[in-house]
Design a protein around this ligand. Structure first.
Ligand code: NDP
Length: 443
């Protein structure tokens, strides 16, 4: 049995109840075959893959808090510190009812390679809770965040582990979490990223994942002789990533015609009215169903999804496994040119194969959405320097990082004889640096 197959079998046996983690490990290891096969003896001797698939540590804790009725509620908190071979653990916190250990492990595992791809000194981690801020009052969200941090603070620090936002964790949640960290430790340090601009946040962090997605997509298209301007784009989600992906796509001259949330999706052939979406999602924290109040000619659907619309480019920006094999076939039949993942693992394994098999340019999330964590690392640098850089300066650095990431994965794919396969390229390019660091640091 090959080394890769052996490790996949052992991960399956040990983590049978964690489908998302298994999916992520399989996807990564399958695409690492060229480099693992070429170095099999050395990697086996080092037990490199065994070490890679096992987190450094997993923290699971009780989060009790008092709701607006005075009743005590209990949620489960997680932090998976996966790998710090190339820098302190870094990765977001997700607050959503479907969060469990398998989901956090999949995200933490992916984060290792994504962070490596940025070229910045950050390791991989992820955390969160099955608490969902949706429908909760600000006071309840604050009570939960304070309690969550009362346990988490013991395990994090600016040179140890630096969490950030993810689904359900935006500026409001980061503010409450940071306030509690500071109160308990009496330290004013860059222990969280995505902070408000008044207390150590970085300009462009809010926009970074969405903007970065478009910078990488534009570069991928350019290197394949295609222009982004004038293209029709479908985006899923209506959160942080989706909104700023839409903004940058529009700035670059593309026509974005869809967005979605967990209750439905909109199709606006004349182009999404982003001011309306920001008011609905960022100010009112309401449902996307309200969009047609602003744009009566747009369609709102609760059945089906955005992938049924005929577009040139598809940018899944909501959540994992939201674009399946059938969706991929529909996109291909409709002539899609490129798919770039704003979310983490939004495209199923089978769907990815359909897209790549049809010659669609496919940029995996660990490369395409790395702009968020890259800008978080820039926030860490500014915090350490006690300086704030201008919007233009950070945006310029972000763009440079995303363009560089694309070339790294393009080169790695070519070096291992898989030209144009950006999944193989991203995994190999991310893996190489971590593998070298692991080996250099010994057992
Ligand atoms: P947000 O919470 O801001 O937005 C998530 C959006 O996706 C919301 O519109 C939400 O709908 C929708 N959504 C969430 N879960 C589901 C679901 N099960 N089915 C359908 N729609 C769903 O999160 P982000 O925009 O920050 O994150 C989106 C994705 O991008 C995630 O995969 C995240 O891991 C990834 N990512 C985020 C980064 C960041 O910097 N924020 C960095 C890198 C990756 P509703 O409003 O109904 O909840």
């Amino acid at each position: 049995m090959s080394y890769v197959d052996e490790i996949i079998a052992s991960v399956e046996a040990k983590n049978a109840d964690q489908p998302e983690f298994l999916q992520a490990v399989k996807e990564v290891l399958e695409s690492l075959r060229p480099i693992v096969d070429a170095n099999e003896e050395k990697y086996r001797y080092e037990s490199l893959l065994e070490r890679l698939v096992e987190p450094d540590r997993i923290l699971i804790f009780r989060v009790p808090w008092v709701d607006d009725q005075g009743k005590i509620q209990v949620n489960r908190g997680f932090r998976v510190q996966f790998n710090n071979a190339i820098g302190p653990y870094k990765g977001g916190l997700r607050f959503r009812d479907n969060v469990n250990l398998g989901v956090i492990k999949f995200l933490g595992f992916e984060q290792i390679f994504k962070n490596s791809l940025t070229g910045l000194p950050i390791g991989g981690g992820k955390g969160g809770s099955d608490f969902d801020p949706k429908g909760k009052s600000d006071r309840e969200v604050m009570a939960f965040c304070k309690s969550f941090m009362t346990e988490l603070y013991k395990y994090i620090g600016k040179d140890v582990d630096v969490p950030a936002g993810d689904i359900g964790v935006g500026a409001r949640e980061i503010g409450y979490l940071y306030g509690q960290y500071k109160r308990i430790t009496n330290l004013y340090e860059g222990v969280l990223t995505g902070k408000g601009l008044d207390y150590g946040g970085s300009l462009v962090r809010t926009q970074a994942t969405g903007y970065g997605l478009l910078y990488l997509t534009e570069e991928m298209l350019k290197c394949n002789g295609i222009e982004l301007a004038g293209k029709t784009v479908a985006i899923s989600g209506a959160g942080n990533v989706a909104i700023y992906a839409c903004e940058k796509a529009q700035q670059l001259g593309a026509n974005v015609v869809t967005l979605s949330d967990s209750t439905g999706w909109v199709y606006d052939p004349e182009g999404i009215d982003l001011a309306a979406v920001k008011e609905i999602k960022e100010v009112k924290r309401a449902r996307l169903a309200e969009y047609t109040n602003y744009r009566p000619n747009a369609e709102y659907h609760t059945e089906g999804n955005v992938w049924s619309v005929k577009v040139d480019i598809a940018l899944p920006c909501a959540t994992q496994n939201e674009l399946n094999e059938e969706d991929a076939k529909t996109l291909v039949a409709n002539g899609v040119i490129a798919v770039a993942e704003g979310a983490n693992m939004p495209t199923t394994f089978e769907a990815t194969k359909v897209l790549q098999g049809a010659g669609v340019l496919f940029a995996p999330g660990k490369a395409a959405n790395a702009g968020g964590v890259a800008t978080s690392a820039l926030e860490m640098s500014q915090n350490s320097e006690r300086l704030s850089w201008s919007f233009e300066e950070v945006d310029e650095k972000l763009k440079g990082i995303m363009v560089n990431i694309f070339h790294k994965l393009d080169d790695a794919a070519k070096r291992y004889g898989h030209e144009g396969d950006y999944v193989v390229g991203a995994n190999i390019a991310g893996f190489e640096k971590v593998a070298n660091a692991f080996i250099a640091q010994g057992c």
